[in-house]
Design a protein around this ligand. Structure first.
Ligand code: AMP
Ligand code: ZN
Length: 469
């Protein structure tokens, strides 16, 4: 398996630190709002990477954090007049709902910055003891970038150039820095901000330290893969390397993977540019599986421009796969015969070749676009070789392969009905309420809507029952 490593800027053979295991850390969102579909790109991509490792038989320990202390969260909390945990907990819950809709598996662990403060205090103390960090007069702790020879190795930047570049930028409150390229590990509290006790001042952590600490706690000093969007290469990931390698004395991550941006009108989709769609907004227009399929139709390192046309193309592609899968299921229910015919044996061999093609694409730095092409070829093969005369052995064989490959992509071939069920239950409850309120017009209207959706209601002594027409 080849993985493009940002560190070497080359595709490298994937060799795990421990045979059969993958330790993977993916930087997660800052939770002050609904996630936008740009944030969904790394979630979908690295979930697919994880699924492929699992398909290959690896045991994957997948850690992804929620940044739950940050200026934007604090501002939002102050606007609403609530504690910042109210904001972060609300949007963590909403983010998890979106992840479920996108069929992104929950991480093995989803740590939260505010619950990892003791680990941060430990790591910062170690860095100070080793001379890699210093305390300024106001209690701010800075990382001393000049103490780490390898600083810049990920972003391929030179520290001298960085320092002269940074010299121009003055950040208020950071006057105590020894050098312009130094960065904050811990900073004093300000009025109206959450804070924690520390040996240096009452305050809160800088952004970068949380990931170094969480990766160490849940995965160890050395990890296989560290990932995130390409905007994180500098300074976030560069600073994580500096912190972890100086504190632990070991190489932090072996492979660094970064996804390209999701753009809109060829500009990065971001909250600051206000040119974003939330996943929630998209879910009102499309099945989120279509969004997932759209993201996987391009290589993860390429920029991807979001457009309604591409979403329509993705929906059509996904429908083709789903229709083929549904057809195979129907055929399977009626078919008999436990031994494939000779013609079927040869078609099954073709299907195996397509599996090999799929794997070759994924082995080549997770080329999901080519992997999806292999799935389409399988759909074509299935449409032309499986019919009412096929043996069950063959139909089952092809169906299982199709489902397995779609499973690696996180594509659910069955149109989900659970969400629909919940929607129906909610409508029925609304109708019951309308009847209680003697608002029979509304009750009838809801019944009519349900009937248009093909749902038949039956009022029984045990309550309302429903079935699909
Ligand atoms: P943030 O909440 O901004 O820290 O972002 C969470 C994750 O989403 C990080 O891995 C970012 O790199 C990634 N991300 C943010 N915006 C985009 C975008 N437009 N395209 C791709 N990834 C993005
Ligand atoms: Zn991070």
């Amino acid at each position: 398996m080849k993985v493009f490593n940002t560190l070497s800027r080359m595709k490298e053979e994937f060799v795990p630190l421990e045979p059969g295991k993958v330790k993977m850390y993916v930087c997660g969102p800052t939770v002050y709002n609904y996630i936008h579909i740009g944030n969904a790109r790394p979630m979908i991509i690295f979930d697919t990477v994880r699924r492929y490792f699992e398909y290959k038989g690896y045991d994957v320990n997948y850690v992804s954090n929620f940044t739950d202390v940050d200026d934007k969260i604090i501002n939002k909390a102050n606007e609403e007049g609530v504690d910042s945990t109210v904001i972060s907990e609300r949007f963590i819950a909403e983010c998890k709902k979106d992840m479920e809709g996108l069929n992104v598996k929950p991480a093995t662990t989803h740590p939260q910055a505010t619950r990892e403060i003791p680990g941060m205090l430990d790591m910062i103390s170690t860095l100070i003891e080793k001379g890699h960090a210093y305390v300024a007069e106001d209690g701010t702790v800075y990382f001393r970038t000049s103490s780490f020879r390898d600083y810049g190795k990920l972003s391929h930047k030179n520290l001298d150039e960085l320092q002269s570049g940074f010299r121009e930028i003055k950040v208020t409150g950071e006057e105590g820095k020894e050098s312009a390229a130094d960065f904050v590990l811990w900073k004093p509290k300000k009025e109206g901000e959450p804070y924690w006790e520390s040996p240096w001042c009452q305050g809160r952590p800088g952004w970068h330290i949380e990931c170094s600490v969480m990766a160490k706690r849940y995965l160890g000093d050395e990890i296989d893969i560290h990932a995130g969007g390409e905007d994180l290469i500098f300074p976030h990931h560069e600073n994580e390397i500096a912190q972890s390698e100086c504190a632990n004395g070991k190489q932090f991550a072996k492979y660094w993977m970064h996804n390209g941006f999701l753009n809109i009108d060829n500009k990065k989709m971001s909250k600051s540019l206000n040119n974003f769609f939330t996943v929630r907004e998209i879910s009102e227009k499309y099945d989120l599986q279509v969004l997932r399929f759209f993201m996987l139709s391009a290589h993860y390192r390429s920029p991807l421009n979001f457009s309604a046309d591409l979403m329509v193309a993705s929906k059509n592609g996904l429908d083709r796969i789903r229709t083929a899968a549904a057809r195979l299921k129907e055929l399977e229910a009626k078919a008999a015969g436990e031994t494939m015919t000779e013609a079927e044996e040869s078609a099954a061999a073709q299907a195996r070749e397509l599996v090999a093609k799929f794997e070759a694409a994924m082995d080549d730095d997770f080329n999901t676009a080519d992997a999806i092409s292999a799935i389409f070829e399988l759909v074509k093969l299935s449409n032309s070789t499986a019919d009412g005369g096929s043996t069950r052995a063959y139909v089952t064989y092809v169906r299982e392969i199709l489902e397995k490959l779609c499973g690696v992509m996180g594509i659910i071939t069955e149109v989900r009905t659970e969400v629909l069920d919940q929607e129906i239950e909610e409508m029925i409850q609304a109708r019951q309420q309308a009847r209680k309120d003697k608002n029979y017009a509304l009750a009838d209207e809801i019944r009519g809507k349900l009937s248009d959706m093909g749902i038949i209601l039956e009022d029984t002594r045990e309550g309302v029952k429903w079935k699909r027409a």
